[in-house]
Design a protein around this ligand. Sequence first.
Ligand code: ZN
Length: 298
Amino acid sequence: MPFCPICKNEYREGITVCHDCKVPLVDDLKNGPVAVLFGEQEYLEEILGFCERNGLTTGFIRFSEENNAQQLYFNQEEVEEATKWIKVYLTRKEMERLAEKAGIAMEDMTPELAKQLQQEEIEEMKEMQQMERERISGRTSYVDKRVKADEYKSSGFVLVLVGGIGLAALVLMYLGIIPGFQSLKSNYMFMGVMGMLFLIFIVTGIMSFTRVKHILSQAVRDEDLTAKVQKFMGEKLTKEAIDRAMPRGGDGGEEEIYFKRVEYMDSVLKNEFPDMEESLREKLIEERYSELYEDNDH
Ligand SMILES: [Zn+2]
């Protein structure tokens, strides 16, 4: 029975090409083309072109349902050769990238220099991760809604007070009760502009007060949500559960492990509480993380 080497469908005897994948069928899946690389169409086309210029003839690109990606295939007999050329291609690309980034001409690029530049890049990345981590753990951007409400309340109060005093002063000036402003009194332009300004103060102040109510209701909502999320994390984001989700292998340093854990926690929470504010989520993850992994001696 013939099989399609790509989608692995079995076909009736006599059929020679897969209807979906448009590749010749094979009698034994072991003899079929082999996927050597997956990626974006354009990227694979470039690599395929490079391989073809170097004498390979059996390469083709197909979408693999199984891996949900475009894949580059070569026939069994060319796989070894193809792998070699792909390596050459990728190395050259990487050297070009490093040369461009460092402002070095390609002619001056050597494997040693490339290695050194790569090393520097890795160091840079580590530093950035460290900084990012400090930023996250240092202060999350989440603002406590009750604090925010207090701020709105006091700024609203100040605005209304200033606006009110200002308006009162204008009236008193106009009535001549505050002396010395006779010339200003008849300056309608001045009176109008100042009056408008103080009115805006008052209106803005009142709007702040109405915001306070809204923010306080948000505070209550956040507190409810926080309790829910904390309960959820206590049950679902345990050390065991997080460890289970960590990819095996990899020479994960301290930083890398931290980021993978946080990334996982973030994705779980995002999925479970899609409407939660990002900054609140960050804050709660940070708290949970130190609860789980940082020694607290008290
Ligand atoms: Zn097929």
